[in-house]
Structure formats: C-alpha cells, structure tokens
Design a protein. Structure first.
Length: 246
C-alpha cells in the first residue's frame, strides 16, 4: 500500500484536490481494501512541490477523459482498453502503467463522473498545448477499434469545448484520424483556396502550435507522445506541396 500511495502522490499536483481528487479518492478506496478517501490526503505529503502541474496530473486527466470517451458509444471495447494500456506502457513503463490501469478500470465503472466538472478543473490547470494533446489521445482511443462513431466524436467535442479548445483546433486534430482529400487542409486550418504563401504561413503556425517542446514541462514521455501530432502537420504540408507541384 505504501508504494502505491507514494506513486499516487509523487507525480500529482492539482488533481489531488477538487472534483478529480474526490473521484480519485473513491477509485482508490475501491481498489485497495482498507484504503479510504482520506488516504489520498496522505499522498499529498509525498509531493515535492505545491499545487503545480506535474506529469501525473496529465496522466490522471487522460485516464478520466478516456473513460468517458470509451463509454460514449454504450459499450466498452477491448481494443480501446488495449490502446490505453499499450500507450501508457510506452509512455510510462510497465510498473507505472499497471498502477494507472488499476485506477482506470475503476473510472470505467464509475457512472458519476461529471464531464463538465473534471474538464473545467483540467482546463484551469493545464496549458493549451497539454489540452490539445489530451484531445489527440482521445481521438486515438476512438479510432483504435477501427471506426470513430458519432457518439464518440460528440463526446470528444463536448470535452474539447469545456477545455476551451476552439473549433479550428478540434477539426485539425480530428482530421489527423481521417484519410480524405480535405484532411491536409483541415490539419493546417486553412481552406483549399488558400494561396501558396498562406499555406506556408499556416504550416509555420501549426508546427509551432504542435511542437513537442511545448510539453517539456510534463517530462520526456509526453514530449515523445506529442511527436505524432507534429509529424502529421509536416505530412499535411508535404502532401499539399505535392498536390500543387510546389
């Protein structure tokens, strides 16, 4: 139990308070016999800093929002669960991923999670770049079973709204998971009628917005996770150049 408490508290800041802290306490209480909501308070003693944003905050935020999206279509698909597990293992290593997934399975079963409340808490504490990365991961989950259904898109769109992700950024990230003639332009947030100079300017803007270095404060594991989004911007620009012969 002691090791679990240390894991829980060492990488968390703002998520140990507010609505997310309450959900976390409930989950941990159901996970370990004799472990109560009050034990989440004990975990705070292991934090080296105050209520700062840390890697674990992004981790818990991701788990909670993922549980909402996975349940959006009324079923829990094993392929979606496998996607979350494999990506957490890739980002955090096996031991940390296993601890996280124990909580995740409780989150999945909890039907009292308020999308608005937890999203608002996340919005107030995570940077815009971090929130964009959350949306990218959520689309990855939705697509992991081979198809993104309307209920999942709507769920992610609602979350994006609460996170103050605008429509252009939402459509940009969404387009990364669809193969169509419009995708490259949507990723760069421009119209097909854009001039070559406008395309170039849009590429520079989006490359800066999605650059992995914007997640440096969350640790190397999240910088690596952001590289796919950045590469999609590069590919979109290259595809438009090829299409136009420039």
């Amino acid at each position: 139990m002691g090791n679990f408490v240390k894991w829980l508290g060492a990488g968390l800041g703002f998520t140990l308070g507010g609505p997310i802290g309450s959900i976390l306490g409930f989950a941990v209480g159901n996970l370990i016999d004799g472990f109560s909501k009050g034990d989440v308070e004990i975990a705070k003693n292991y934090r080296e800093t105050g209520r700062t944003t840390q890697s674990g905050d992004f981790e818990i935020s991701l788990l909670l929002l993922s549980s909402i999206v996975i349940k959006a279509d009324g079923k829990t698909d094993e392929r979606e669960l496998a996607y979350v597990r494999s990506h957490f293992k890739k980002m955090y290593g096996e031991e940390r991923a296993n601890n996280a997934f124990k909580l995740f399975k409780i989150f999945i079963k909890n039907n009292k999670v308020s999308t608005r409340q937890i999203s608002e808490q996340i919005r107030q504490n995570l940077t815009h770049a971090s929130r964009l990365q959350l949306i990218h991961f959520l689309f990855g989950i939705a697509k992991s079973d081979g198809v993104v259904v309307e209920a999942e898109i709507n769920s992610i769109k609602i979350i994006a709204g609460y996170l103050y992700i605008n429509q252009y950024d939402f459509e940009s990230i969404k387009a990364m998971f669809y193969d169509s003639s419009e995708s490259s332009y949507l990723i760069l947030e421009i119209e097909k009628t854009a001039t070559n100079n406008e395309v170039k300017a849009a590429y520079r803007k989006m490359a800066k917005k999605y650059h992995p270095d914007k997640l440096q404060h969350l640790g190397d594991e999240h910088v690596k996770g952001a590289e796919d989004k950045f590469k999609q911007v590069q590919k979109a620009y290259q595809d438009i150049q090829k299409e136009r012969g420039i």
